[in-house]
Design a protein around this ligand. Structure first.
Ligand code: 13P
Length: 249
């Protein structure tokens, strides 16, 4: 049976778009139809957060793709939780694999950012996921447990946290994890939460799957008991995203 937790679908636009293409995305989102039983979030590039929030239906929450661990100061090029909130965004993605592997962010920094975001009133999509060589070496659990521990150690209130499992080998590659592969890791993450945080929090916390989710594969993934939503990259830029939002319908 599919999970009883409220479905949550995020669109991570990454470093894509301009005002013209964003107007197109806002138009298809505002047209919908959007399933009321689903939390919907889009994460535009930081410079467009304000623009998107102003144009978008209040049914869709806006997220930053990243933030820094400090609230202000001499951190050239970065943005703070306070700034994200100031423009009306309510979420932030932290620990995305591109932040980890392109920009070299450590587990420790990611944990600190999660703490700052939660302590200052943002909701967080915290990402974990193994690389292909780690999976092939049988280290998937070891990697995702290490990553989730670094985040969990900094969380006291889990009510504004969603975990995103995004296997690095599935991101932007067209190689989606099979529903069984994704379910297996989601189940292990939930067991980890049950053992190391609490059974109640493990049951309540939503775990999204991310990595080449499309309109064609979302329904099968959404049937799995521990898959509570998606974090979508490429397909969130296209009207197909509406079908992914409504995968449970
Ligand atoms: P794709 O859906 O493009 O594979 O990206 C997934 C992702 O990284 C979402 O954060």
């Amino acid at each position: 049976m599919a999970s009883q937790r409220k479905f949550v679908v995020g669109g991570n636009w990454k470093m894509n778009g301009d005002k013209q293409s964003i107007d197109g995305i806002i138009a298809f989102l505002n047209k919908g139809p959007l399933n009321d039983d689903t939390d919907i979030i889009v994460a535009p590039p930081a410079v467009y957060l304000d623009y998107v929030r102003k144009g978008l239906s209040p049914k869709v929450a806006v997220s930053a793709q990243n933030c820094y661990k400090e609230l202000k100061g001499a951190f050239t090029g970065d943005i703070s939780v306070t700034m994200i909130k100031d423009v009306g965004a309510t979420w932030v993605i932290i620990g995305h694999s591109e932040r980890r592997h392109v920009f070299g962010e450590s587990d420790e920094l990611i944990g600190d950012k999660v703490k700052t975001a939660l302590d200052n009133g943002l909701s967080v999509m915290a990402c974990v996921g193994e690389k292909l060589e780690e999976r092939e070496a049988g280290k998937t659990n070891e990697v995702v447990f290490r990553q989730i521990k670094a985040v969990a150690d900094k969380i006291s209130d889990w009510s504004h946290v969603v975990i995103a499992y995004e296997p690095v080998w599935a991101i932007g590659t067209g190689k989606t994890a099979s529903p069984e592969q994704a379910q297996e890791v989601h189940k292990h993450l939930r067991e980890w939460l049950s053992k190391n945080v609490s059974p109640t929090i493990a049951q309540a916390t939503r775990i999204q799957y991310g990595g080449s989710v499309t309109a064609a594969n979302c329904k099968e993934l959404a049937k799995k008991p521990d898959i509570d939503g998606f974090l979508v990259g490429g397909a969130s830029l296209k009207p197909d995203f509406i079908q992914i939002i409504n995968a449970r319908k």
